[in-house]
Design a protein around this ligand. Structure first.
Ligand code: PMP
Length: 396
């Protein structure tokens, strides 16, 4: 067989990436073991029936041909209206392209902002696909390290140093954050924005959890003074409307950027199916009621778990202000996140993600997805705390 490109073979760097726990838990489930699965950020509900009905109606009505590549006008207008309202920045249809999920938006934005070999910064810990996505666009993916004691917020001076050392073209931000659950405060984003302006960098802002905010407000860099012209905002209906399988996302950016992304889409994805777009439009038109219905269980479960955690001091939580996760610091056990997750799976059949799977900065942490029924989740976390306590005592 002829050789494959370095671009594609470098996507997956191989080696241990912290996903063994996940695969091991899947194998145990296949073998009939009753595993409590807290690894993956997939809702425990499906897409609302009313959205499925709209999808069915659109498909039966004939919206099954090639889609308009940038997206149907009504949907682009609806998203523009939504963003104009949330950011206060005038936003038109020409600022919006519909993409097959946020993931393809991440890829497209990085293709748009850098040439092969250019550096793109991303914050560590991060959503697992980030480094591979950046590498797949032939960019040099450089992590911005963060610290648990800063709640994993990237520090402006660290970004500035890396930007200067590497001549980086862009910074990828994600708030509300997966895996940490942090929501970046306005003042902090302003400071980061200044660094991006000084170093003439693009900001790629992954806001797919924007409807899941428990404390504070979701602030988009697009909303901050002077940043709209350098911000490429990524949105999605996967998390907000439990539509993970519909692959419905968007990019909002200055019109010339969107024009370039349309060229890319014409030659890659060729758009998103029309009946999915019609269903997305219907879903967005339902307003906040539907979004709150999807988000509410995660807020409730976050609160329940914080109550459980407050009763002990062997494990501490990173302030969970949004998104469907809780990041726990398990360093008092003396174990790595990976060792702890493996031991927990063996001892109690509870599967969590080791912090190490999201980057080196989250070593000694674990991430829980708040995606199972309340009482089961509370009991799993109680068991987890007791387990951490037994390990800590054994070590003491
Ligand atoms: N960004 C983050 C931070 C995510 O957690 C995810 C999905 N888990 C995505 C992007 C991709 O989402 P989508 O389903 O819209 O492609």
């Amino acid at each position: 067989m002829p050789t494959l490109s370095s671009r594609i073979t470098s996507i997956n760097t191989g080696g241990s990436d912290g996903w063994e726990v996940f695969y091991r838990s899947r194998r145990m489930i296949d073998a009939g073991v009753d595993v409590t699965e807290l690894t993956i950020g997939e809702h425990d509900i499906g897409t609302d029936q009313s959205i499925l009905d709209a999808m069915h109606k659109a498909a039966s009505g004939g919206h099954t041909g090639y889609p308009e590549v940038p997206g149907i006008h009504a949907l682009r207008r609806e998203i523009a209206k939504r963003l104009a309202t949330s950011t206060g920045v005038p936003t038109e249809m020409e600022n919006v392209i519909i993409t097959p999920g946020g993931q393809s938006g991440l890829f497209a934005c990085h293709i748009a902002i850098g040439s092969p070999g250019d550096t793109a910064l991303y914050v560590d810990p991060c959503y697992v696909t980030y480094p591979g996505t950046l590498r797949s666009t032939s960019l040099n993916a450089v992590p911005v390290p963060t610290r648990s004691r800063d709640a994993f917020l990237p520090q402006p001076e660290v970004i500035d140093r890396l930007a200067k050392e590497t001549g980086a073209k862009s910074l990828l931000l994600n708030s509300p954050n997966n895996p940490t659950g942090m929501v970046y405060p306005r003042e902090h984003l302003i400071e980061i924005g200044k660094v991006c302006e000084e170093n003439d960098m693009w900001i790629i802002s992954d806001e797919v959890y924007d409807t899941q905010v428990w404390d504070g407000d979701h602030i988009s860099p697009r909303a901050l003074p002077g940043l709209a012209e350098r911000t490429l905002l990524i949105g999605s209906m996967s998390k907000s409307h439990a539509m993970t399988g519909s692959r419905m996302g968007w990019v909002v950016a200055p019109a010339p950027v969107i024009n370039s992304l349309i060229d890319l889409a014409t030659n890659t994805t060729y758009g998103v199916p029309g009946y999915i777009q019609d269903a997305a439009l219907f879903a967005l038109q339902q307003g906040e009621a539907l979004e709150s219905k999807v988000a509410e269980p995660f807020r409730r479960r976050r609160d329940l778990l914080l109550d459980v955690l407050a009763k002990q001091d062997f494990i501490s939580a990173i302030p969970a202000k949004g998104a469907m996760y809780l990041m726990l610091d398990i360093r008092k056990t003396g174990m790595s996140g990976e060792e702890f997750a493996n031991a927990l799976l063996d001892a109690h059949h509870i599967a969590v993600m080791p912090g190490e799977s999201f980057g080196t900065s989250a070593a000694g942490h674990i991430r829980l997805a708040l995606t199972i029924e309340d009482s089961k989740l509370v009991s799993a976390v109680q068991t987890l705390c007791d387990f951490a306590q037994s390990l800590t005592k054994a070590d003491a």
